[in-house]
Design a binder for this molecule. Sequence first.
Ligand SMILES: Cc1cc2nc3c(=O)[nH]c(=O)nc-3n(C[C@H](O)[C@H](O)[C@H](O)COP(=O)(O)OP(=O)(O)OC[C@H]3O[C@@H](n4cnc5c(N)ncnc54)[C@H](O)[C@@H]3O)c2cc1C
Length: 446
Amino acid sequence: MILWGQTTLTGWGRTSRAATSAARPHTLSAVQEAVQNSPAILAHGLGRSYGDAALPTEAARAILTDQLDQLVSFDPQSGVLVAQAGVSFKTILETFLPRGWLIPVAPGTSFVTLGGAIANNVHGKNHPVAGALSRHILWVEVLTADGRVCRFSRTENAPAFFATLGGIGLTGIIVQAALQLTPAAGSCVAVTQHRCKNLEDLLAAFTSKPERDDYAVAWLDALSGGAALGRSIFERAHIAPGNAPVRLDGGPVFPLDLPSFALNPLSIRLFNKVRYAWVGRANPTLSIVPHAQFFYPLDRIQHWNRMYGKRGFHQFQCVIPDAAAPQALPKLLEMISQSARASFLAVLKRLGQEDENYLSYAMPGYVLALDFPNSPGTPEFLSTLNKFTRDVGGRVYLAKDSTLTADDLAAMYPRLPDFKRVLAELDPQEKFTSRMAQRLGLRRTA
Ligand SMILES: Cc1cc2nc3c(=O)[nH]c(=O)nc-3n(C[C@H](O)[C@H](O)[C@H](O)COP(=O)(O)OP(=O)(O)OC[C@H]3O[C@@H](n4cnc5c(N)ncnc54)[C@H](O)[C@@H]3O)c2cc1C
């Protein structure tokens, strides 16, 4: 028999929360029982989505998937891994990177489950060459609303497959999946780093990146403006030979919620100045670093989200299409810099072609992602940024979102009607639902 307990779940930004009844099943039959006995329910992975994507509605229950964490099989010839959906990227990397196999698409934290990563169709710093995670998923097995476990792939109910990839948990509970790993030259990363004095410099760095450097990212000072607008540290990288130990322990725990005054424009400006002067150099410098140092710098401090205090923070992440970028990016950065609301974690990277899933976030363009402490007026400011993004033909990323409206979503995601049609076929009673789905009008009921 499955046990239910009361808990409060939050998004990673801690601005959205849900008091709910939750179960943590170990077996497929327990998941089946939980789904069957709940009128409304939602899978919750490691809770690394920033807003309300992983939060059940008031009437719904939650299935915490982190105990469904078996590595089921691995074929060393093909590199195909079959794993249960609650396995974390941390576990996959620690197990397979020392054997020469890499997850081809890595978000900025290894503390995500395979199921959660599929449901948001995550992307990494190599999207133009590797696409999003969906490109490397061969099939998924999903427990659907009718209680059956169905296999979806490009050849088995393709519409349900493309609705599940990036489908924010609304097609059912992903129980296991087949992931194509990619051969890795080693567990080190060759990183070339240099400073860019402004946005023009930075965009030139992205376009002149050598081909073998599959990964590219810039850390931006979002408070700088005027001639220094877009001042940043640019990094490009490729996987390098070497056997650095693959340990993704998470490091020390951020011990307390900082008071809200601790992060203010002055302290953040100072941090950005020091980082820019200290870390970056004007001329490109090459270093060979362990895998986690390049891919997961934020994982070095557990619960770093406490830094923003009890009020939490929002992350805004948009993609600006290439055609609009030369005009839109400087305008967007000016709006952010003038607001003096931003925090220090601003990231710019590239996306390539749209992915196959219905709610594909990708389009060829620039991704800007940054944190905003949750202070009075922040949600309204984010709505302004959402509108700006929508007006220039861009998209806001659902894994980070907490403020989009149903109209914004419809304008940004052109294949939304197809997604809704497949959802209506798979789950006419709307058993799988979330606060995000409610807010964005993806499900009619609470
Ligand atoms: C520091 C940091 C950096 C990040 N960097 C990136 C990045 O570079 N690129 C990127 O794409 N994302 C990034 N993210 C976002 C993160 O990758 C996604 O939010 C990811 O989906 C989180 O996985 P999770 O297991 O925590 O899922 P959760 O956040 O718990 O859930 C995410 C969604 O998946 C659904 N879900 C979870 N498990 C299942 C399942 N078994 N079956 C069906 N649905 C399920 C949930 O209902 C929810 O809709 C970052 C997040 C953090 C905190």
